[in-house]
Design a protein around this ligand. Structure first.
Ligand SMILES: Nc1ncnc2c1ncn2[C@@H]1O[C@H](COP(=O)(O)OP(=O)(O)OP(=O)(O)O)[C@@H](O)[C@H]1O
Ligand SMILES: [Mg+2]
Length: 395
């Protein structure tokens, strides 16, 4: 199974491109699912579907044709199905602050629940071998970053916080419930978390396997959008995901010769060069600005043609190199991380237990070290040829 994840700044064209890619793949014969992970869904709109018809079936994939289905994960329904214990507890805590039930229920949707729900579906479909390709149409960059960091964050929580919290609560609950205005979480709450965690098992490996998952960054030829694309690139790499394509959408076509657009044309040409240079060897594709919105099947096919022509297979695996590697070099070990834009001063490194913590600006990743390296400490870091190398030695 292949997972293609489309991410990028708000409004750059992620949904249109994800939908067009899905349609193209289905026409090549792959059984394909396009799943919207964005709470502000617009996938059905891209296919120009009758919303009433579609909404009745939300949370289950909806068939567009024999090879193609789309799915918009509806968090309210998900909560009823999978998050009941957790949300019941959060709602009960919120109620003690005096807010109404409806408000409490709204607030009980914790950040990340949408992403977790989508991930559980991906895992379920993988187990059922239901699709050959799953395309993830993500929310703007910040949320999609949360999507990919969720399994490792949760793993970290389950390993370091959960057992401690659970044990502690067992001990203090009899006393605390008598004196505290807020009821402490019940055993069911923990059982629910453990159950959810079980349903996510294996998803981190799936996302980090370049033969399964590829990230495609969608951007526009504008400076501000490019900055966010770079940040996303670093973040996805830090989380072990392989980016194998950058798609620049809304490039002014050469047919547009009006002088009104002269400055746009010049700045777009400059940014396109910059993008190509920054992201190489990752392939860059361009999509022109069309004369119309991309709505409905015909427009999506037109977009797919601009992206892939008739024959290109967007599910093909083109990059298998993991963004970071662990290696033994002579007497020491090395962790290598591909980081095209970070400058040395921004990179922070430290060891915490058996984890290496890498900080780049405000982004942080705990990298679990292989057992052979767990006792080592980072001694030196160099950034050369777009590669951050961390030397680890004993003692
Ligand atoms: N190349 C293009 N030419 C013309 N219109 C486009 C092009 N690409 C996308 N659009 C239009 O731009 C709008 C935004 O596109 P889309 O919804 O795909 O972006 P998005 O990145 O998914 O946005 P969001 O961050 O809100 O999810 C839509 O109306 C779409 O039809
Ligand atoms: Mg979208």
């Amino acid at each position: 199974m292949r997972i293609l994840l489309f991410s990028g700044k708000g409004g750059v064209g992620k949904t249109s491109i994800a939908a067009a890619t899905g349609l193209h793949l289905s026409r090549l014969g792959y059984s394909t699912l396009v799943m919207s992970v964005d709470p502000a869904h617009s996938l059905a709109d891209a296919f120009d579907l009758e919303t009433g018809l579609f909404q009745e079936k939300t949370n289950e994939p909806y068939s567009i044709d024999a090879n193609l289905a789309i799915q918009e994960v509806n968090i309210q329904k998900e909560i009823k199905r999978h998050w009941s214990e957790i949300s019941t507890y959060v709602v009960s805590v919120l109620r003690t602050t005096g807010i109404s039930d409806v408000e409490a229920e709204e607030l009980a949707i914790l950040p990340g629940m949408e992403e977790l729900s989508a991930m559980m579906y991906v895992n379920q479909f993988r187990r059922e071998q239901r699709y050959q390709v799953i395309i993830l149409d993500c929310a703007p960059t910040a949320e999609s970053m949360r999507f990919v960091s969720m399994p490792t964050t949760l793993e970290w929580y389950m390993k370091h916080v959960f057992p401690f919290q659970r044990g502690l609560l067992k001990a203090v609950r009899p006393v605390a419930n008598r004196i505290s205005p807020v009821e402490l979480p019940t055993d069911n709450y923990f059982a629910n978390i453990q159950h959810l965690f079980g349903r996510l098992e294996g998803i981190a490996e799936l996302l980090e396997d370049p033969k399964t998952t590829s990230v495609r960054l969608v951007t526009n030829p504008e400076k501000m959008v490019l900055r966010e694309t770079q940040r996303a690139f670093v973040y996805f790499s830090l989380h072990g995901l392989t980016i194998d394509g950058v798609i620049v959408n809304r490039v002014l076509p050469t047919e547009v010769t009006d002088t009104w657009f002269d400055q746009w044309r010049a700045s777009q040409a400059r940014i396109l060069d910059e993008i190509e240079e920054y992201f190489a060897p990752v392939a860059m594709k361009r999509v022109p600005l069309f004369t119309h919105e991309v709505l409905g099947r015909d427009r999506l096919i037109e977009l797919a043609d601009a992206l892939y022509g008739a024959q290109e297979d967007p599910a093909a695996v083109t990059r298998t190199e993991a963004p970071y590697t662990f290696e033994k070099v002579n007497a020491h070990y090395e962790v290598r991380l591909r980081l095209p834009f970070a400058v040395k001063g921004e990179v922070g490194l430290f060891k915490k237990g058996d984890e290496l913590v890498v900080e780049i600006g405000t982004l942080r990743r705990h990298i679990g070290l292989p057992t052979s390296m767990a006792a080592l400490t980072p001694t030196r870091a160099t950034l050369q040829n777009k590669m951050l190398t961390v030397e680890m030695k004993e003692g």
